[in-house]
Design a binder for this molecule. Structure first.
Ligand code: ZN
Length: 327
């Protein structure tokens, strides 16, 4: 199959002059996932090839995940039309791409889907041709596929969409590097910090968030609040020693907090300590309702990182710096 040409003639819906953006947005998101190594299962495609190499029988897997929907939303918000009342419903292209010949939506046990997945159907996935997977993994072919989608469906927004592609690629690369930090020596760590510092702030912010928040399973390390919608979440990645002070995007210089506790930590009202419990400022006054809520945090255990992510727990020096700031 000639994939760039297939991508240009998707059965996208809408009018010929103004096709709907859903399918191209989902494909751009899926390409980003594969490029970042977050999607396709290599084992699946290798096994398929060894079993006879029938391109239609297997290939990559794109999970029906929060991550995919979040990435879809990133593109969708750039190209959506208010006039056309575009709705961000990724389950529709996830299902309807099944009619374009290279994408097969499946349920958790591999059965063919006969309707769009629900948001809670976390086991669902789409299987794509092995040939398409190979094309996406090749940088030149990947750019050709993206260009086919962007020029065909978003001719008036090409600059914005390409800028987002670049942000996704660069932040994906940087996240991977940041996650290597717990396993490298001092020289290696210095090199990664310098690499990070060379990127623009938007890339660093996105990469730091993706390195920190999943390690806490998207929950606040103070109150445990974990709020997620279909394509976004509440918890924020917070630097322990601020970027402006240390230029340090090590995920162990970070912690996930809800906006309230982020605000309180940034104002030195609360701080996580090297003894792995929360400390509170002596300035807090228990006669004030809001202060009382923060005072309740005193000596509470720092929540997280989640099981399996322990190596990303905050560094002792970063925690000590924070506690030292408390009034
Ligand atoms: Zn909180």
């Amino acid at each position: 199959m000639n994939y760039p040409s297939t991508f240009k003639s998707l059965n996208a819906g809408g009018s010929k002059a103004e096709p709907k953006p859903h399918k191209p947005c989902l494909l751009l998101a899926a390409i980003d996932m594969i490029a970042a190594g977050e999607a396709a299962s290599e084992a699946t495609s290798e096994a398929t090839r060894e079993a006879g190499g029938d391109a239609d029988a297997g290939g990559g897997r794109i999970a029906w995940s929060q991550r995919l929907r979040e990435r879809f939303r990133g593109y969708f918000d750039i190209v959506r039309s208010e006039a056309r009342r575009d709705r961000p419903n990724p389950e529709l292209p996830f299902y309807h791409l099944g009619s374009d010949g290279f994408w097969r939506p499946r349920g958790a046990s591999g059965e063919q889907l006969h309707k769009p997945p629900r948001r809670s159907d976390e086991g669902a996935y789409a299987e794509i041709d092995a040939g398409l997977l190979d094309a996406i993994r090749d940088e030149a072919a990947r750019q050709e596929l993206r260009a086919a989608l962007i020029q065909t469906y978003f001719p008036s927004k090409t600059d914005e969409v390409w800028a987002h592609v670049k942000l996704m690629d660069e932040s994906g690369r940087l996240t991977k590097r940041l996650l290597e930090l717990p396993g490298v020596d001092d020289d290696g760590a210095q090199q990664i910090r310098e690499e990070a510092a060379a990127y623009g702030q938007d890339v660093r912010t996105a990469a730091f968030r993706d390195a920190v928040v999943p390690a806490y399973d998207f929950a606040c390390a103070a109150c445990g609040l974990r709020l997620m919608t279909d394509d976004s979440w509440l918890a924020q990645a917070c630097h322990l020693i601020p970027w402006s002070v240390a230029h340090d995007d090590d995920p162990r210089n970070g912690i996930a907090l809800c906006p309230n506790h982020h605000w309180a930590m940034d104002r030195d009202l609360i701080a996580p300590g090297p003894d792995r419990v929360w400390h509170v400022s002596a300035e807090l006054d228990e006669r004030r309702e809001g202060d009382r809520r923060l005072l309740e945090l005193k000596d509470a255990k720092i929540l997280g990182p989640a099981s399996g992510w322990e190596r990303f727990a905050p560094r002792e020096d970063a925690l000590a710096w924070r506690v030292g700031r408390l009034g």
